[in-house]
Design a protein around this ligand. Structure first.
Ligand code: GZL
Length: 337
C-alpha cells in the first residue's frame, strides 16, 4: 500500500501523552456508558463522543495500548465508549453497530483481522460517522470507508528482525533451522511480519523456516506451539515470535526441554514491552523490533480534526526502533510500558 502521511517519533508521542496527562489527569474512563441527555447519542455536555472497539486483552502490548487510549481520551476531554471484543470479529462488528445506533461522533477501532469489514464500515459511512483505524489495518479496497490509519509498519518490523538474523548468522556454515510463532491468524501484524521476515532472510539460503504456526499473540499459545515445535524438530537454532508474549511463553517450553534460551536457541521477537525487554536484558531473548502501543494522544488529535472536518493524512505511522541485549539494559529503566 502506498504510504502517505506523517511519521511520529516515539519521543513525540510520549511528549504528547505526558502533556495530555498533565492537563487532564490520569484517570482512565473505561467504557463510560453515558448516553447523555442529547438524544443524538452525543455526550450531552458538548464533549466529542468516541466509540472505540478494542481487539481484546491478549498481550502486554494490548494492555498498554488500552491504557494509552483511555488516558488520552480523558486528557483530551473526549467521552470514550470503550468495548473489549475478546478477540472476536463478530463482537467488534456488534460494537460498531451499537456506536452507529448511539450516533457517536467518531468511531475508532483496531480490527482483529484484516478482512470482513466492508458491510459495517459502509453502514458507518451511510450514517455519516467517520471511522479511524488504529494499530491494525483492513483489506477493504474502498479507502473511503475510513478517514485514516494510525499505527506501525509491520512489514518493516518483520524485515528488521530478519535483517538482524542475516547478520547474526552470516558465518553459519550449514543450515540454520528457524521456527516461527505467528500472531493471530488473519491479523495484519501476523501477515505482514511474516512477509517482511521471509523477504529479509532470503538473503542467506542457509536460513530456513522449518515450522510456522499461530500462537495467537498469547503466552499460552506461544508455550503450547513451541512445545510442539520442540517435539517435531530435533534441531531448532532460532525462534522468531511475532510478539514478546508468545516468546515469553516459548521460554517455558524451551527450558522445560533442557535447552538454554538465548544461547541454544536464538530468540527474536517484536513489541519491546517491559517483560520482553527484561528477557532481552537477561540474555534469554537476543533481539526485539519495537512496536509502539502509545497511539492514544495522536488518535485523540486525529479524532478532533476529523470531527471538525479538517484534512488528515491517509496514514500516520509511529516511528520505532530495535533493541539488542545491551540496548535493552540501557533502555529498561525508562520504559513506559
Ligand atoms: C501490533 C499489535 C499486536 C502486538 C501484539 O500493532 O496489533 O497485537 O504486536 C498484540 O502483542 O497482541
Amino acid at each position: 500500500m502506498a504510504k502517505t502521511g506523517i511519521t511520529l517519533t516515539r519521543r513525540g508521542l510520549g511528549a504528547m501523552l505526558a502533556v495530555g496527562l498533565l492537563a487532564g489527569g490520569l484517570a482512565g474512563c473505561g467504557n463510560s456508558d453515558t448516553g447523555g441527555d442529547d438524544k443524538s447519542g452525543g455526550s450531552g455536555n458538548g464533549k466529542l463522543v468516541m466509540g472505540f472497539s478494542q481487539v481484546g486483552a491478549e498481550s502486554g502490548w494490548r494492555t498498554a495500548n488500552t491504557n494509552s487510549i483511555k488516558e488520552s481520551a480523558t486528557a483530551a476531554g473526549i467521552e470514550l465508549k470503550f468495548d473489549d471484543a475478546q478477540g472476536k470479529q463478530e463482537n467488534q462488528i456488534k460494537a460498531l453497530r451499537n456506536f452507529i445506533q448511539q450516533k457517536v461522533d467518531v468511531i475508532a477501532f483496531s480490527p482483529v483481522v484484516e478482512s470482513g469489514w466492508d458491510t459495517v464500515l459502509k453502514e458507518a459511512k451511510d450514517a455519516k460517522i467517520p471511522v479511524i483505524l488504529t494499530d491494525r489495518a483492513v483489506d477493504s479496497a474502498d479507502k473511503s470507508l475510513y478517514k485514516t490509519f494510525i499505527g506501525s509498519d509491520f512489514v518493516k518490523e518483520g524485515k528488521l528482525a530478519g535483517e538482524w538474523l542475516v547478520k547474526e548468522k552470516a558465518s553459519a556454515a550449514g543450515p540454520v533451522n528457524i521456527v516461527e510463532l505467528q500472531g493471530t491468524t488473519g491479523a495484519a501484524p501476523a501477515n505482514d511480519r511474516k512477509k517482511g521476515f521471509a523477504e529479509a532472510i532470503a538473503a542467506n539460503p542457509n536460513l530456513k523456516v522449518v515450522a510456522s504456526q499461530s500462537g495467537d499473540f498469547t503466552r499460552a499459545g506461544g508455550k503450547q506451539v513451541m512445545e510442539q515445535f520442540l517435539k517435531a524438530n530435533p534441531k531448532i537454532d532460532v525462534l522468531f515470535a511475532h510478539n514478546d508474549d508468545m516468546g515469553l511463553g516459548a521460554l517455558e517450553a524451551i527450558t522445560a526441554a533442557g535447552k538454554t534460551p538465548g544461547k541454544d536457541i536464538t530468540i527474536i521477537t517484536v513489541d519491546a514491552v517491559k517483560d520482553g525487554m527484561q528477557a532481552l536484558a537477561d540474555g534469554k531473548f537476543n533481539f526485539i523490533a519495537e512496536c509502539s502501543p502509545l497511539l492514544g494522544p495522536q488518535l485523540m488529535d486525529l479524532a478532533k480534526k476529523v470531527k471538525a472536518g479538517e484534512e488528515v493524512p491517509a496514514r500516520v505511522e509511529t516511528e520505532e526502533t530495535t533493541f539488542t541485549q545491551e540496548q535493552a539494559k540501557a533502555a529498561l529503566p525508562n520504559r513506559k510500558y
